[in-house]
Design a protein around this ligand. Structure first.
Ligand SMILES: [Zn+2]
Length: 477
């Protein structure tokens, strides 16, 4: 009602006749002629849960606690193990049931020293970081001629002789987008560049950071050498440093670069998914999975990537738990080891992917506001998907596709055909911070985080099958 009364009043203000009866008729007309998804009545209990979540504190409390008491949580390391311990304590303290860790093994890579300098013609230091799975230089570093390419395609097209024995630089400029779609294409130098450079006989590669900021923070991120390709040192320069290198290369003199990157592979270690539940009244009904990833890159404290995501998932489940018992179980999963290769999602899929799920969803795109909802619940559940769209509209969320959903850890399970919901968050500034030392708590806007929790709570309220208040115990006198 709140949603419909606002535009109604605005329109009526411009009418010369303002009899109250006419107003009512006009509002009725608006109701009838509005887009069908808006005309659907939102059940009052759903609206109440949604609006109350706009005052949520659970999510910020989780982000603040995890980033303060654990900090960076690189996959498979002792820090990620501490994060799992923290998560189990926190989720139990919040009142979740069946809180457990589902462990799995994975290969672990850790960062070493990282430095870079232009040694000729204009000697100066550069801000660099190693990409995940980068090979290492000797402790004293390597020095070589630098050869630059504006795009990955230029590197691909270059003859081996132009690259062999040299250090490669790729400058691929990523533009800002609301939906983050530029990350796929402009992220290829990071993901594929090292393999291509190594095949052509390069000594090492440095790429322009896959980021949209102009701070002197390099952006890390995972890459993987193709089977049989020799690992070479692979780093990212901060955007200002990449632009500096480009200017130096344009001067036309031979450029020399010195690089020290000493990461190590430390073998197989344990990671794990942390699982917690709000048990449903019907234990046989397929659960609704809400998730984020617990691990983070090691440069910042992983506040937006992805403490905010795990917080949004758990806070929305907690808000349903506070209201009573849903028909369907809500399963909260804080995936381990997402950043380095979706290990947690793949482990969950191996263990549970064949079990039916009512819906799966993951929050892993920062802490900014949700602007769109996509879903893929199936043709026969279109009415339910539209009811969800209606209930979300007062949060400023536009209806998206009814036949697609995405997510990082849950991506393979969505591809398998499990039904899913995907909230699109505003990504305009996400890649200013993504995988940098700047991913810290102060970047999280509590208001935007609450809007996320409200959206997720609404989704759970709509899909839960109805929430019944816990029977109140009579006071014993
Ligand atoms: Zn993430």
């Amino acid at each position: 009602m709140t949603f419909l009364s606002k535009p109604g009043v605005t329109c009526l203000g411009r009418l010369s006749y303002a009899a109250s009866m006419t107003k009512h008729l006009f509002v009725a007309f608006l109701l009838a002629s509005a887009a069908p998804s808006f005309a659907q009545a939102v059940p009052p209990e759903v609206a109440k849960l949604r609006d109350r979540a706009l005052k949520d504190d659970y999510a910020y409390d989780i982000v603040e606690g995890l980033t303060t008491e654990v900090g960076p949580r690189l996959a498979g390391t002792e820090a990620e193990a501490r994060a799992r311990d923290w998560a189990v304590r926190k989720l139990k303290a919040m009142g979740f049931a069946n809180v457990r860790v589902e462990p799995f093994d994975m290969p672990v890579w850790v960062r070493g020293e990282e430095k870079a300098w232009i040694t000729a013609p204009f000697p100066q230091p550069l801000a660099v970081t190693a990409l995940g799975n980068s090979g290492a230089t000797p402790a004293q570093g390597i020095e070589g001629d630098l050869v630059g390419f504006s795009t990955l395609d230029e590197l691909k097209a270059a003859p081996d002789s132009a690259v062999r024995g040299k250090i490669v630089f790729v400058d691929h400029q990523m533009p800002r987008t609301q939906d983050g779609s530029s990350y796929g294409y402009f992220g290829t130098p990071r993901r594929e560049g090292p393999t291509i450079a190594s095949r052509k006989g390069a000594l090492a590669i440095v790429v322009r950071s896959i980021g949209t900021d102009h701070h002197r923070n390099p952006h890390t991120g995972v890459m993987r050498f193709d089977e049989g390709v020799a690992p070479i040192p692979a780093g990212a320069l901060s955007v200002p440093d990449a632009e500096q290198v480009q200017r130096i290369l344009k001067r036309g003199q031979p450029v020399r670069l010195k690089l020290v990157l000493t990461p190590r592979n430390i073998g197989t270690r344990q990671s794990g998914n942390v699982v917690a539940e709000v048990p449903g009244r019907d234990p046989k009904a397929p659960p609704i999975l809400v998730s984020g990833h617990l691990d983070s890159w090691d440069l910042g404290t992983g506040a937006i990537d992805d403490a905010s995501g795990v917080a949004i998932a758990a806070a929305s489940a907690k808000r349903i738990m506070d209201a009573g018992r849903p028909l369907r179980t809500i399963r909260v999963v804080w995936f381990g080891a997402e950043e380095v290769g979706l290990f947690g999602g793949l482990d969950y899929r191996a263990k549970h992917g064949k079990e039916p799920h009512y819906a799966i969803a993951e929050s892993d795109f920062g802490a900014d506001r949700v602007w769109k909802v996509d879903s893929k619940l199936g043709k026969e559940r279109e009415a339910e998907a539209k009811a969800l769209q209606s209930a979300l509209a007062p949060l400023g969320i536009v209806p998206g596709a009814l036949d697609e959903a995405d997510g990082s850890d849950i991506g393979p399970m969505l591809a398998d055909g499990l039904p899913g919901v995907a909230f699109a968050q505003d990504g305009t500034y996400y890649f200013d911070l993504h995988h940098t030392p700047d991913d810290t708590l102060d970047k999280v806007d509590p208001e935007a985080l609450r809007q996320n929790v409200a959206a997720w709570t609404t989704m759970l309220a709509v899909l839960s099958g109805g929430i019944e208040p816990e029977p109140k115990r009579r006071k014993q006198r």
